[in-house]
Ligand binder design. Structure first.
Ligand SMILES: Nc1ncnc2c1ncn2[C@@H]1O[C@H](COP(=O)(O)OP(=O)(O)OP(=O)(O)O)[C@@H](O)[C@H]1O
Length: 256
């Protein structure tokens, strides 16, 4: 059994009387490729928003590497080592891939604008290191030849890879992936699945994934948590989840 990296305990949050999360608990182990699935409105995005500090749950606890995250601002949570990808790449379309990745990387630098003026030596070194790191990440994700190209006109599948690269430039310990293959064709989905597996095993990045593509989820994850109406209805290996009657009735009957 791996060491616990993310411990979610009894998380509850309501919106105008609707229980978006209702006493949800689970643990993501270091190195896991952990999926959260469930029908529309099950509470998956709400869960991500709680972990990344955008929503504050009414009760419960979210521990990351043993430290309570509840009440921490989103930028503190990111600094603690949790990065997140969004369903759509949220950048200025005219930005190049390089600029987009450098922007993410800059949050990682120690020098702010003032330090950049005063201690330009360290700042220049950090800039060079940032550029090296961004290039390495882009090459690993097959984006090296696109570094100078604007993000806006790139095909959807490539933009999703840029989004993944952007989050990896922050060197996260835990990556929250929000529907990483939504809108992708079969080939792009297979490529993205292989990349995620590689990032998980080669870079040792633990992943928490929300996705509706069930064959992709079952193919890459080692643990699956199923939510329905804000409640956890199952938590098991993919092989057992596809046979679970409650899961089939609530979700997989329609999704497989
Ligand atoms: N900001 C909000 N204000 C009001 N209700 C919300 C808000 N965010 C989520 N909800 C409600 O909480 C419930 C859970 O929604 P959530 O978006 O977390 O589900 P989901 O599992 O991510 O769905 P999907 O698969 O469609 O993205 C839904 O009933 C939704 O309408």
């Amino acid at each position: 059994m791996s060491t616990a990296l993310l411990e979610i305990e009894d998380l509850t949050l309501s919106f105008a009387g609707v229980r978006a999360l209702d006493g949800v608990s689970f643990t993501v182990g270091e190195g896991d490729l952990f999926a959260v699935i469930g029908p529309n409105g099950a509470g998956k995005s709400t869960l991500f928003n709680c972990i990344s500090g955008i929503y504050r749950p009414e009760s419960g606890s979210i521990k990351f590497a043993g430290r309570e995250l509840l009440g921490s601002a989103p930028h503190r949570i990111a600094q603690a080592g949790i990065a997140r990808t969004f369903q759509n790449v949220d950048v200025f379309p005219a930005m190049t891939v390089r600029e987009c990745l450098l922007l993410a990387r800059h949050r990682h630098l120690r020098s702010g604008p003032l330090a950049a003026m005063i201690r330009w030596g360290r700042s220049a070194r950090e800039e060079r290191a940032a550029l090296r790191h961004v290039t390495e990440v882009a090459e690993r994700l097959g984006l090296g030849h696109l570094l100078g190209r604007p993000v806006g006109p790139l095909p959807h599948g490539v933009q999703k890879r840029v989004e993944l690269a952007r989050s990896l430039c922050m060197e996260p310990r835990l990556l929250l992936l929000d529907e990483p293959v939504a809108g992708m064709n079969h080939e792009e989905t297979a490529e993205m699945a292989a990349t995620l597996r590689e990032v998980n095993s080669d870079l040792g990045v633990t992943m928490l994934l929300v996705e509706h593509d069930m064959s992709m989820v079952m193919g890459i994850s080692n643990r699956v948590c199923v939510l329905d109406f804000g409640r956890r209805i199952a938590l098991d290996s993919p092989a057992n989840i596809v046979r679970d009657e409650a899961v089939i009735n609530a979700y997989l009957g329609g999704a497989l």
